[in-house]
Write a protein that binds this ligand. Structure first.
Ligand SMILES: *[C@@H]1O[C@H](CO)[C@@H](O)[C@H](O)[C@H]1NC(C)=O
Ligand SMILES: *[C@@H]1O[C@H](CO)[C@@H](O)[C@H](O)[C@H]1NC(C)=O
Ligand SMILES: *[C@@H]1O[C@H](CO)[C@@H](O)[C@H](O)[C@H]1NC(C)=O
Ligand SMILES: *[C@@H]1O[C@H](CO)[C@@H](O)[C@H](O)[C@H]1NC(C)=O
Ligand SMILES: *[C@@H]1O[C@H](CO)[C@@H](O)[C@H](O)[C@H]1NC(C)=O
Length: 535
């Protein structure tokens, strides 16, 4: 989720108990193994932790926020055995920042991706030194089809490019950085990037990014130029007063206002800052899936206790430029009990911030609460931060049912699923917050407790799998790396290509944290079959 403190600061969650008779789906504490349909998963151990310092800068001198998404350059994976018998796993990954430093308003950050070399030496514990290392290799600035950069500013208009639906855009003056009121007006594609997936396992084939302003899906070539855009069904598009309106009500840093649009919430379509937070390619690379962070406005999306019926779309992307909607399902997100909210306002939705396709029917999803963690004012103890599994085999495919897909078309008005639709099966799996696992790393990594650098960040939004054999996963063991989005919260920040500095007013220095888990997948799932890792 993109942070915007003025809007989201009101979410107050603070408590210690997970598990309550009020929670509808499930919430009974820790699950280390799960069976979803006929597939069994196990969480073997947390095996790694590492971070990139929160004040690290990229190749353009700007502060790095690396955690909105991560994708693997498969041929680069290497697994070697060290002298002491332990393993060293290394790879090239690409990470996606969110829309730039935005806790005090949106800015003219130019969206980009980072190339990192990572290496980790999996250990099941006792590691004080971070055992996952990050080395920045390169930074690639994204451009529109004409080669112009994009912007993190909230949207107020649209642009047209050949062979594309019209694209949400933002207008600004001069260079857009602390130099306002000029007469040189630019219009750029507004972009709030949330998921990154290289095509067929390698950046050479280009990549897909999902965004949450649209919410749209964009394909880029290997040089970072936008070459294709997908606009989802009208039910996903934000409408105000009967007209499409891509503003996320995330005012610009220079304006000092709380709302930059009336009404602040759309009347239908994706909720503000709740667009395509999850995105993944099918293991064979023929399809892209994108899942909303939580329900659309017309499906109960404006309240944390009615917004659990999210929607996922599936596009056939096998013919470049001719992508086609081929599936759509309702995914009921997990819910959890928050003792600080009244019974009426419980259970609350654990909104999702990434998905990963294990097959064409089973997916991992990162689902979590918000407002708890390092640098947050609502408390340190997160109540729900999971990698869960969902399965769409038995779910109703609604992609060709017009009444659900037209603007305002609802599948769960007021948060109640309509008769005749079955949502995806949700299976609880890996609890990130288990302190007995976290404590083994970094000299005392933790959830809850002291507000310090070893406290987990609030937002976990990137997820990637690496087969432990470094090839196609013959032994069914995989490492799952998850990354946190630190919202660029630092006291030594740089923006505008290193020309301006900032200090986040919350006063904290967050790091770009990452965790590694070892898991066993059901042997009938082989997500690396078509594009194996290793060279
Ligand atoms: C789908 O439904 C069948 C028949 O009721 C059931 O056996 C199976 O476990 C279900 N699969 C999932 C993933 O829910
Ligand atoms: C399994 O669950 C228990 C709590 O029931 C927890 O203490 C333990 O660390 C878990 N194991 C793993 C690998 O998560
Ligand atoms: C692990 O592999 C990487 C990439 O080859 C290398 O740079 C690093 O030094 C290795 N780490 C150890 C501990 O050997
Ligand atoms: C106006 O903007 C363009 C494009 O960013 C830039 O090349 C040009 O120098 C600007 N002109 C002035 C007067 O600032
Ligand atoms: C919607 O209508 C209201 C009332 O007429 C108006 O104040 C507001 O500016 C309109 N908003 C948009 C985005 O059109």
């Amino acid at each position: 989720m993109t942070m915007y403190r003025l809007v989201l600061g009101a979410l107050a969650l603070s408590a210690t108990v997970v598990g309550s008779p009020l929670a509808t789906s499930y919430s009974d504490g820790v699950v280390n193994t799960t069976t979803c349909g006929s597939y069994s998963y196990s969480y073997d151990s947390m095996v790694g932790y590492g971070f990139l310092a929160g004040n690290a800068v990229d190749n353009y001198g700007d502060t790095i926020g690396f955690g909105s998404s991560i994708t693997l350059e498969r041929p680069s994976v290497k697994v070697t055995t060290l002298a002491d018998g332990s393993k060293n796993v290394s790879a090239i990954v690409y990470n996606l920042p969110d829309r730039g430093w935005n806790t005090e308003g949106t800015t003219n950050f130019e969206p980009r991706i980072y190339k990192f070399e990572i290496a980790f030496q999996p250990k099941s514990g006792g590691s004080f030194k971070p055992n996952l290392q990050w080395r920045l290799v390169d930074t690639l600035i994204l451009t529109d089809p004409y080669g112009n950069p994009l912007t993190g500013y909230d949207c107020d208009t649209k642009l047209r490019f050949p062979n594309m639906p019209h694209i949400p855009a933002a207008t600004f003056e001069n260079n857009g950085w602390y130099d306002f009121g000029g007469q040189n007006i630019s219009v750029r594609v507004c972009f709030d990037a949330e998921t990154l997936n290289v095509i067929d396992g390698s950046i050479e084939n280009g990549f897909w990014i999902s965004d949450e302003y649209g919410p749209y899906l964009y394909r880029f070539n290997s040089r970072g130029m936008m070459v294709e855009a997908i606009r989802p069904p009208e039910a996903f598009i934000p409408y105000r007063n009967g007209t499409e309106s891509f503003s996320a009500d995330s005012p610009r840093i220079d304006t000092g206002v709380d709302d930059d649009i009336t009404p602040s919430d759309p009347d239908s379509g994706r909720s503000n800052n709740q667009g395509f937070e999850g995105g993944t390619l099918s293991p064979d690379g023929k399809y892209i899936y994108a899942l909303l962070q939580s329900a659309t406005v017309q499906d109960g999306g404006l309240k944390k206790y009615t917004n659990s019926y999210s929607r996922m779309v599936k596009y056939d992307i096998s013919t470049p430029g001719e992508s086609e909607l081929v599936g759509e399902w309702v995914v009921k997100l997990p819910t959890f009990y928050n003792p600080d909210s009244s019974a009426k306002k419980n259970p609350r939705t654990a909104a999702q911030s990434e998905i990963y396709a294990l097959s064409e029917s089973q997916f991992f999803v990162i689902a979590r609460d918000s407002g708890k963690g390092h640098g947050q004012s609502d408390g340190t103890e997160s109540l729900y931060r999971h990698i869960d599994v969902f399965d769409i085999t038995n779910a109703t495919d609604i992609h060709s049912i017009d009444e659900y897909n037209v603007a305002t078309g609802a599948v769960a008005p007021g948060g109640v699923l309509v008769d005749g639709i079955t949502s995806a099966t949700l299976c609880p799996f890996l609890d990130v917050n288990v302190n007995s696992q976290l404590n083994k790393f970094g000299g005392g990594l933790h959830n809850g407790g002291e507000q310090n650098w070893e406290l987990l960040n609030e937002k976990w939004e990137g997820m990637v799998l690496i087969p432990a054999d470094g090839k196609s996963g013959s032994d069914d063991k995989y490492y799952v790396i998850i990354t946190s989005d630190d919202d660029f919260m630092t006291q030594q920040g740089f923006v505008n290509f290193g020309k301006n500095t900032y200090r986040d007013s919350a006063g904290y220095n967050l790091d770009n944290q990452a965790l590694v888990f070892e898991i066993t997948l059901p042997s009938s799932l082989k997500p690396f079959k078509d594009f194996p890792a290793g060279s």
